[in-house]
Ligand binder design. Structure first.
Ligand code: PMP
Length: 461
């Protein structure tokens, strides 16, 4: 067997990768033709590839490396836990100290009434848990007809059959038999793309009231819960108009349904508070967590559950769980990650210092001729690309064509920024410094200039 290490030439690594490794959310044949970028190391906010090129990671991996790359303390926490107890499960009346300690810490950090944690290996698994948990809750409450979960188009809640059905990604629904029954979608609060002639405030109310209408249409006796991300992430960092969430909260209060806040991206400082629900003043019955919980150093997710729901679920046997629910190494790393976020004042810094600095610079991108809207909350932001700002116009090409062209320029300029359709998005590590923010903005501006030239060359403007 050939030794495959960092020292092999890039082309050889790429060929082996294309031959044997099937990539998520990729067209494998395209990837094989082009060759994947091989990442070999990272520190702080900077990735290094197999050619020795340094890249500013303005996406924190997949929105997850909140404390930045290369934290020795996390490697130490993992090694220590692996030596002491590398694995044991939490089924059948057993537990271990890392799961106890992490649960107690999460109960401290989460809003008052959220005091119980059910673990999973990922955000997708956690949302599968939530689907079963809310349905079980209502069955145990003597209201077994309350089974439908309402979600939003263009939401992302994961890629398993359950969580992918909860999500509202039509491209995903088109493959593999999703959505499963019992899930209904309402429209998203994306004013830029869908607001028409309405003011953002009117539009926010209209979209919120779709929830009320949907509950009426389905019958309150059939609805278990509403699930939503405080700020839609993978849908393009869609920040709802100010009127949206207060109205949604009013509806959830008045109707007998549960509210699940999917905090997989928004949690752990991303919005400048520990949870997006705090930033946006939401009152969830369950919060989905993953990603920033361990800063991506270990795969771990979970559901933080309110006293009200936990009490009902706790009175029966909940026939659900994963081999890696509460994995001791993942829990130990997550706990250490939470210590770093807290003791280094990272969440506070995002709220009071680097977040406002990034906001000012990021909103400055609106001066670029191709940028129509800039939206940012804490350290997640997006810009809308347009050929005509005043009309909020789309490009004549398929959505995503121009976004992809700009993303390719970002890549060439050693900046990782993602595109969702023709929106460009960022979600950098929360430890990004002001001078790194300056570099991010400079590279973004340059990529927009080059992208605009390419768009014009291609006759798409
Ligand atoms: N919920 C949200 C809001 C997410 O952004 C994601 C991942 N991007 C998930 C759930 C699914 O998490 P995972 O990929 O860990 O399964």
């Amino acid at each position: 067997m050939q030794q495959i290490t960092n020292h092999l030439p890039t082309a050889e690594l790429q060929a082996l990768d294309a031959a044997h490794h099937m990539h998520p959310f990729s067209t494998q044949s395209e990837l094989a033709a082009k060759g994947a970028r091989v990442i070999t190391g990272a520190s702080g906010v900077t990735l290094r590839d197999s050619e020795g090129v340094e890249i500013l990671d303005a996406m924190a991996g997949l929105w997850c490396v909140n404390v930045g790359y290369g934290r020795e303390e996390l490697a130490e926490a993992a090694a220590r836990q692996m030596r002491e107890l590398p694995y044991y499960n939490t089924f059948f009346m057993t537990t271990h100290v890392p799961a106890i300690a992490l649960s107690a810490r999460l109960a401290e950090l989460a809003p008052g009434h959220l005091n119980h944690v059910f673990y999973a290996g990922s955000g997708s698994e956690a949302n599968d848990t939530n689907l079963r948990m809310v349905r079980t809750y209502w069955a145990e409450m003597g209201k077994p007809s309350k089974q439908i979960v309402i979600s939003r188009w263009n939401a992302y809640h994961g890629s398993s059959v359950g969580s992918g059905s909860l999500g509202g990604m039509k491209g995903m629904h088109a493959q593999g038999g999703m959505p499963i029954p019992g899930i209904e979608h309402i429209d998203q609060p994306n004013w830029w793309a869908e607001g028409g002639d309405m003011s953002p405030e009117e539009f926010g109310l209209e979209r919120a009231r779709q929830l009320e209408k949907k509950i009426d249409e389905l019958g309150e006796d059939n609805v278990a819960a509403f699930i939503a991300e405080p700020v839609q992430g993978a849908g393009g960092v869609i920040v709802a108009p100010d009127t949206y969430w207060p109205e949604v909260m009013r509806i959830c209060r008045e109707r007998d349904i549960l509210f699940i806040a999917d905090e997989v991206i928004c949690g752990f400082g991303r919005t400048g508070q520990w949870f997006g629900s705090q930033t946006l003043d939401l009152a969830p019955d369950i919060m989905t967590i993953a990603k920033g919980l361990s800063s991506g150093y270990q795969p771990i997710g979970g559901s933080i559950v309110s006293d009200k729901v936990a009490e009902v679920i706790g009175a029966t046997e909940f026939n659900h769980g994963y081999t890696y629910s509460g994995h001791p190494v993942a829990c130990a790393v997550a706990l250490e990650n939470l210590r770093i976020l807290d003791e280094e004042g990272i969440v506070t810094r995002v709220r009071e210092d680097t977040g406002p600095y990034l906001k000012e610079k990021f909103e400055g991108l609106m001066d670029h001729p191709m940028v129509g809207e800039a939206k940012i909350v804490g350290m997640m932001g997006s810009i809308a690309l347009t050929p005509d700002k005043a009309a909020r116009a789309r490009f004549a090409s398929d959505a995503g064509t121009v976004g992809y062209m700009v993303r390719e320029r970002c890549f060439a300029n050693n900046l990782i920024m993602r595109h969702v359709g023709d929106r460009m998005i960022i979600s950098p590590p929360l430890v990004i410094s002001k001078s790194e923010i300056d570099t991010l903005i400079e590279r973004a501006w340059q990529s927009l200039d080059e992208g605009m030239a390419a768009v014009k060359d291609a006759g798409l403007w």
